[in-house]
Design a protein around this ligand. Structure first.
Ligand SMILES: N[C@H](CCC[C@H](N)C(=O)O)C(=O)O
Length: 279
């Protein structure tokens, strides 16, 4: 059976999107996703994203397989791409600018803006050690600037769950971080039973952060939406940044806000269609 796909990216964090509305199970297996994500023998992507029928009153369900075949709970750049993909699929029949999307990390609401960007209500950050999950502090405590030994160095980390788990550390110069060396040591650290996405943040101004990321199940990516949200939250918790900031990623900027009114995190950024094809 030929499967149509559309390639999208959010600031260079790129995905293979599949119209899976006719079935409640992904039409591609994790093993097939690994092959499709391969940048030499396959299409090339950081993950495969499925537009599935909604559940519990949501419009649609999003599931995603990382390029290593693992299934994360949520993907920030990916849900912006999904919103654009759904608008394309619905075409003329589209009668809404926002979608309620069921994900394994909770219900997320992307909204298509007039300027072509997408604003996403990413929900409430989860901060307790048991919610990350991590063994770094007792289960009912937050993880803020905790010392963590990685590769013979002591890093001070703050952990935030945005549906998926993140560990954030603040550094003087993100360009100096040897991501390919230190990234896997964080990802597979025993303190993180479900592995971890790791963000390295340089505070340029209280409303301007520079970020590089080593993603769980995907490695170095040009951008990470949930990671940018988690980093803003970590910056507020450690007193290093304001509640709204631009987060500059290698692939471009995201606008992130941790609302004082409803305590939810909002992310605004682009979603670009690249090409369609058939598997
Ligand atoms: N690799 C991540 C999922 C993709 C998240 C990232 N691409 C984003 O934009 O949020 C994880 O395993 O949690």
């Amino acid at each position: 059976m030929a499967i149509k796909f559309t390639k999208y990216h959010g600031l260079g964090n790129d995905f293979i999107l599949i119209d899976n509305r006719s079935s409640s199970l992904p039409v591609v297996t994790p093993e097939q996703a690994i092959k499709l994500c391969d940048r030499h023998f396959g299409i090339g992507a950081d993950g495969v994203i499925f537009a599935l029928p909604g559940e519990n009153g949501t419009d649609y369900t999003m599931r995603i397989f990382n390029s290593d075949g693992s299934e994360p709970e949520m993907c920030g750049n990916g849900i912006r791409c999904l919103a654009g993909f759904l608008a394309d699929l619905e075409g003329e029949s589209r009668n809404q600018d926002s979608y309620r999307i069921h994900t394994l990390g909770g219900v997320m609401t992307p909204q298509l803006l007039a300027d072509g960007q997408v604003k996403v209500d990413m929900g409430l950050p989860r901060l307790l050690a048991s919610e990350i999950p991590t063994t770094l502090t007792p289960n009912e405590e937050k993880v803020i600037s905790q010392p963590l030994e990685v590769a013979g160095e002591t890093w001070h980390v703050t952990c935030v769950n945005m549906g998926n788990p993140h560990c954030i550390t603040f550094v003087e110069d993100v360009a100096a971080i040897e991501l390919e060396t230190i990234g896997p040591k964080f990802e597979h650290h025993p303190a993180f039973p479900q592995r971890i996405n790791t963000e390295f943040i340089q505070v340029v101004r209280r409303d301007y952060l520079k970020m590089r990321v080593w993603e769980r199940g995907a490695g170095i990516t040009l951008a990470c939406g949930t990671g940018a949200c988690a980093s803003l939250v970590a910056g507020v918790l450690t007193g290093k940044c304001d509640r709204a900031a631009t987060v500059e990623l290698p692939g471009g900027p995201l606008q992130i806000e941790w609302s004082e009114i409803d305590q939810r995190v909002y992310m605004t950024g682009p979603a670009e269609r690249v090409f369609t094809g058939k598997l």
